[in-house]
Ligand binder design. Structure first.
Ligand SMILES: Cc1cc2nc3c(=O)[nH]c(=O)nc-3n(C[C@H](O)[C@H](O)[C@H](O)COP(=O)(O)OP(=O)(O)OC[C@H]3O[C@@H](n4cnc5c(N)ncnc54)[C@H](O)[C@@H]3O)c2cc1C
Ligand code: FES
Length: 279
């Protein structure tokens, strides 16, 4: 008798429990399994392939708490065909889910060390599971710092949660905007400018970075000016994907397949190619 092998290309149906508008073009979608026994365990930094039936499938980072496998959370910006339809879905609609895929933030290796996270815009989404995990195991880490930059105050994600994190004494949260408005009382300027004064010991620090490529470029320069080596810095990179299984080659990033070797890489792994347009 032959064993039944699950088809890795077949999505599982998950139902939308809640969809919350974060900004005019970005929504956070909370999914629950359609069957009692389904759950999905993932590591902070991994992504799922989300399928809008009849429209298409896209890679989206998991932005929820890794300790809650029955509530899958993703934060999606409506930029094109699939993500626009996804952000317009309603409570009780069903999405297809394949995953989790890819590498994760090195939270195990970071135990005992300071951790500085640098997020630009939507880059906070794949870092949020790392924040949940570190806060739930807070004694295992040294100084934990989040530096978060967005273009304008209206672009801030997870506002209530940010306020709660800012009020805590065991995580240092610094938020900055490129352009302020009349109500804004915080930092103004791009997020790499927060690095020179951030509290961490460069000899014993791991940096986790996610955001637009230009932001990551300047963040890398500032972190290295503070004395971090490429081995201490981890980046989450984005490439177009199809299979997410290492078969199709769609996500190739020089010697790597981003769907299985990434999306999280140490800067030491990708330094030779990072930011090169012709790849
Ligand atoms: C590992 C990984 C994790 C990701 N995590 C998230 C996430 O948490 N939330 C999220 O909203 N998106 C995330 N993305 C990006 C997301 O997959 C794309 O935005 C999506 O595939 C676009 O599909 P579409 O059909 O809506 O747009 P398309 O119709 O394919 O494209 C429409 C327009 O958007 C542009 N575009 C396409 N992809 C991107 C992109 N990656 N970034 C910016 N512009 C793009 C295209 O150039 C085009 O101009 C992630 C991508 C990867 C590879
Ligand atoms: S998406 Fe097919 S090999 Fe990575």
């Amino acid at each position: 008798m032959s064993a039944v092998v699950a088809n890795p290309m077949a999505p599982d149906p998950w139902r939308i429990r809640r969809i919350r508008r974060e900004t005019p073009d970005t929504s956070t979608i909370e999914l629950e399994p359609t069957t009692e026994d389904s759950a999905l365990s993932f590591a902070a930094g991994q992504f799922n392939m989300l399928y809008v039936f009849g429209v298409g499938e896209v890679p989206i980072s998991i932005s929820g708490d890794p300790s809650r496998g029955k509530a899958l959370v993703h934060t999606v910006r409506a930029v094109g065909n699939v993500t626009r339809v996804m952000c317009a879905l309603k409570h009780q609609d069903v999405l297809g889910v394949r995953g989790p895929f890819g590498s994760h933030w090195p939270l195990q290796e970071a135990r005992g060390l300071d951790v500085v996270m640098v997020a630009g815009g939507l880059g906070l989404a794949p870092l949020r599971p790392a924040i949940y995990q570190m806060l739930s195991q807070r004694k295992q880490y040294g100084q934990v710092t989040l530096l978060y930059g967005v273009r304008a105050p209206a672009d801030l994600l997870y506002r209530h949660e940010l306020e709660r994190w800012c009020a805590r004494t065991d995580i240092d949260v610094q938020v900055t905007v490129d352009r302020s408005d009349d109500a804004w009382r915080g930092n103004v300027g791009v997020v790499p400018r927060l690095i020179p004064t951030a509290q961490f010991d460069p000899l014993d620090t791991v940096a986790l970075v996610c955001g637009p490529e230009i932001m990551m470029h300047f963040t890398l320069l500032e972190l290295q000016k503070r004395g971090l080596t490429p081995e201490q810095i981890f980046l989450s990179l984005e490439r177009n994907m199809k299979c997410a299984l290492g078969f199709c080659g769609h996500c190739q990033y020089v010697p790597f397949f981003e769907c299985k070797d990434g999306p999280v890489f140490s800067y030491a792994q990708v330094q030779r190619w990072f930011g090169k347009r012709e790849l």
